[in-house]
Design a protein around this ligand. Structure first.
Ligand code: ATP
Ligand code: MG
Ligand code: MG
Ligand code: MG
Length: 468
């Protein structure tokens, strides 16, 4: 089944269960300054769960564009993590609850996707006996494949507000995909047990004191990673080998002049480039622009990281905007906005890429020298002020400096970096105040002129005393 077929199958299935199919919301959350990106399918529906807004429907299903920067380091290193990915989800706003959510999820994976039942594992929250009973007694999953897990993975909450236990569906991809450790089991970081679907049962309200009380209007929020499911159904070693990525990978490899699937480091580079470029393409399409702060900084970091991985593969010419072109071609059928915004997307990417390209060689050279100097002096880190200078003058995101330093066995003084940044902010603030002062005095002079007319300076020829 292709990625598009899975997407359609999922949305159609939940439509048949009375859900309204809604379009993906923007990657930039509307009316929510507390978060930079939409990182899950439930984000656009948060007000319905908190009760801040009333939904038009009680059941919805979506395929949501998601961006998760905390996963950036895992990209290409695990088979399953992206920064940008698509999350399929079904939602109940005070409508159906645990029993339906679980049995429909099971029906979908076993009947629609036809995943082998004996390879599926279930996790539940420690004391969620209700979920256990449904999985075990009603669905018939053997007790040996139901694992109770703690709060860190199986309880969803965001401070004060609605929250609740989760239950996840994993598939065992076989010993050969595992890390080999005798402890390897569901929840292990390796690629053997692949988490494909998370069901969140929103049933409590957490108050300021950390007390949980049952919610009257319970809700369901689920999330299934499209690329992961595609990798399982297409029986390929990673998300990057699915039909969703293959053309992008091959295009990038061809552009750079390397081959995908022959060398570990090359593959890592190609995966990072494809991943980050998808994130950048979608983010720019949704209105983000590179800058030095917040969302724009994340965008800049993703783009620059992709360019650097290109350099590591020997690419010195701008290439990322071409990869973005391939992504637009690949993803436009599902996301027509990409085609519509393509000119803008390509322009933003090539401008930023050119800007970074100019300084990358220079900055890398300086950083390499700093690394050599630090090593020669027996040091263990790059100073904060050097890291800041690279950031300020050469546009090196701190994380990039840290990554390059780490590749050389060094750290970076992050506190020193923060202090240098703060010092520069302070300087910028006082410079701004000075400008404001000058413009205030300027305004005063203008007022005087408006009132008394232009004055002519006569001091070159006349002295005050004479004038009198
Ligand atoms: P993992 O433990 O593998 O990092 P997660 O528990 O952080 O995943 P959830 O927050 O439960 O993921 O998100 C719901 C689903 O979205 C996951 O079950 C998975 O299928 C998918 N997913 C989560 N993070 C990513 C990612 N970085 N890239 C691709 N798919 C993802
Ligand atoms: Mg995760
Ligand atoms: Mg998880
Ligand atoms: Mg999860």
């Amino acid at each position: 089944m292709s990625g598009s077929e899975i997407r359609e199958r999922y949305l159609g299935f939940f439509e048949s269960k009375g859900h309204k199919r809604l379009p993906s919301a923007s990657l930039i959350p509307a009316n929510d300054p507390s978060i930079l990106w939409t990182a899950a399918g439930m984000v656009p529906f948060k007000p319905y769960f908190t009760g801040a807004a009333k939904p038009e429907v009680r059941r919805a299903t979506t395929c949501q564009k998601c961006l998760r920067t905390p996963d950036i380091e895992s990209v290409g290193r695990t088979a399953r993590h992206h920064t940008f990915f698509e999350m399929l989800g079904n939602f109940s706003f005070g409508d159906y609850f645990k029993r339906e959510a679980i049995s429909w999820a099971w029906e979908f994976v076993t009947k629609q996707l036809e995943l082998p039942q004996d390879k599926l594992w279930i996790t539940i929250y420690l004391d969620d006996d209700e979920a256990f009973d449904i999985w075990h007694r009603e669905i018939g999953v053997p007790e040996s494949r139901i694992v109770r897990m703690g709060k860190d993975t199986n309880f969803w909450e965001i401070g004060v507000g609605p929250c609740g236990p989760c239950s996840e569906i994993y598939i065992d991809l076989g010993e050969e995909r595992g890390c080999g450790s005798p402890e390897c089991s569901v929840g292990c970081d390796c690629d053997r047990y692949l988490e494909i679907w998370n069901l969140v049962f929103i049933q409590f309200f957490r108050d300021e004191g950390g007390n949980y009380s049952p919610l009257e209007n319970k809700g369901i929020d689920t999330g299934m990673g499209l690329e992961r499911v595609a990798s399982v159904l297409q029986n390929v070693p990673s998300n990057f080998d699915t039909d969703i990525f293959r053309e992008i990978m091959d295009f990038t490899a061809g552009e750079i002049g390397v081959k995908y699937g022959t060398d570990k480091d090359t593959d890592l580079g190609l995966k990072v480039i494809a991943d980050h470029c998808r994130a950048v393409t979608f983010a720019v399409s949704d209105g983000a622009l590179p800058s030095n702060e917040g969302r724009g900084y994340v965008l800049r970091r993703l783009l620059r990281r992709a360019v650097r991985f290109g350099r590591l593969l020997g690419e010195t010419e701008p290439f990322l905007f071409k990869v973005a072109g391939a992504i637009i071609r690949q993803m436009s059928p599902a996301y027509p906005e990409l085609e519509k915004n393509s000119e803008h997307i390509l322009k933003v990417i090539s401008t930023e890429e050119a800007r970074f390209g100019e300084t990358l060689s220079q900055g890398t050279e300086i950083l390499n020298r700093l690394v050599q100097e630090a090593k020669a002096a027996g040091g263990t880190e790059i100073t904060g002020s050097d890291a800041f200078k690279l950031y300020d003058t050469y546009g090196f995101p701190l994380e990039l400096t840290m990554e390059i330093a780490e590749e050389n066995g060094l750290g970076v003084d992050q506190d020193g970096f923060a202090a240098a940044m703060e010092e520069q902010r302070r300087r910028a603030r006082s410079a701004r105040q000075e400008t404001e002062y000058l413009s205030e005095t300027g305004a005063l002079f203008k007022e005087v002129r408006d009132k008394y007319g232009e004055t002519v300076f006569v001091g070159y020829g006349t002295l005050e005393a004479e004038g009198r």
